[in-house]
Design a protein around this ligand. Structure first.
Ligand code: NDP
Length: 327
């Protein structure tokens, strides 16, 4: 059987992770990596993989079945995905939760027109966590759902702070409140808002001569990302950043605590412990690339989210194998 022909758009952490993830799939082949930078400046893992300038992507419409879009959520994906949806089936990891409804519409329109399929906001949150929130709420109708992130480096938020004027480099950690986790696991259903379950901590390398106070205010006031959280900003040196903040661990929990029938406590917990956030996210996105390809073959066009994709579509196994081996 023919392999699914995949392309990667944007070669940052996620792009690199996607290349590695595709290598682990026996039913996929990587056709090319597309970048806005000079292709010669990009060092891919497998030297045989072609690196092409993004402007040439339109010449690949009959050579690629699915494009994995690996740009940043802050500014890349809102521009790139609606554009690529005119030509390709796509998958992306857009993670600005508050803007997903409008993002969905901006992708759905071109995808409907081109007859392509675009699965948006795939990853772990949004993504696997979203699925678990919906499933556990449907199963435990009465109760509370809690999502905790970290402690971990958040790529979306790090991406956002790095785009602030005067910032040379920086990272952002999200830290869950231990006390609240304990209460939730005990079935106490504490009334704490999402924002009170976590604090955000930024480590910033400022450009020479930049106004640190101004940077700090800009970060703390950034809507959707920081404005509603308790945020601390530390300024550090290049060396410190390299030494202490180079890894990209992350993870978290989705916990639903509810009651059934005659008042029995029931707790559902889904947890991720990730040594590399981008490699894991890329693995999820790659599995959903398979789904985008299959859905499109079935004529299911337009923008989709993880809620629209049945689990069997992301598995390389056939429906028959799944019924026999996993039910
Ligand atoms: P990066 O900043 O590493 O890469 C983003 C883009 O920037 C790349 O596609 C690349 O585009 C460009 N780029 C990368 N490195 C360089 C460089 N050295 N110089 C200039 N440009 C560069 O972001 P990540 O890959 O870490 O993350 C991408 C997005 O994934 C995040 O914004 C986040 O929103 C999302 N994400 C979602 C998750 C989820 O659970 N849904 C989890 C984790 C991340 P080009 O090659 O065209 O220059």
């Amino acid at each position: 059987e023919n392999k699914i022909r995949v392309g990667i758009v944007g070669y940052g952490n996620l792009g690199r992770g996607a290349e590695a993830a595709i290598m682990q799939q026996s039913d996929m082949e990587l056709v090319a990596v597309f970048t806005r930078r000079s292709p010669d400046s990009i060092h891919v893992i497998n030297e045989d993989v072609k690196v092409v300038h993004i402007d040439e992507a339109k010449e690949y419409t009959d050579k690629i079945d699915v494009m994995i879009l690996c740009g940043g959520s802050a500014t890349d994906l809102p521009e790139q995905v609606p554009f690529f949806a005119k030509m390709f089936n796509t998958v992306d990891s857009y993670d600005t939760h508050a803007k997903i409804p409008e993002y969905f519409s901006s992708v759905d329109k071109p995808a409907q027109e081109s007859g392509k399929t675009s699965i948006i906001s795939v990853g772990w949150d949004p993504g696997m966590f979203s699925i678990n929130r919906v499933m556990s709420e449907a199963l435990l109708t009465e109760g509370e759902t809690y999502t905790f992130w970290g402690k971990g480096l958040s790529q979306g938020h790090s991406d956002a702070v790095r785009r602030v004027e005067g910032v040379k480099n920086g990272v952002q950690y999200t830290i869950p409140s231990e006390k609240v986790i304990e209460q939730v696991r005990n079935g106490e259903n504490p009334a704490v808002s999402k924002n009170d379950r976590h604090v955000r901590e930024c480590f910033i390398v400022a450009e020479e001569g930049a106004d640190q106070q101004k940077i700090e205010q800009k970060i703390k006031k950034m809507p959707n990302y920081f404005a509603d959280y308790e945020t601390t900003v530390h300024f550090i040196s290049d060396e410190e950043l390299k030494q202490n903040h180079a890894a990209m661990p992350h993870g978290g929990f989705v916990i639903r605590s509810g009651k059934t029938g005659e008042g029995n406590n029931q707790i559902i917990e889904y947890s991720l412990k990730l040594n590399s956030n981008p490699e894991f996210t890329a693995s999820v996105v790659t599995a959903y690339a398979r789904a985008a390809y299959r859905l499109n073959k079935e004529g299911q066009k337009g923008a989709k989210t993880v809620y629209d994709v049945a689990p069997g579509y992301i598995s390389p196994k056939s429906a028959e194998d799944l019924r026999r081996d996993y039910l």
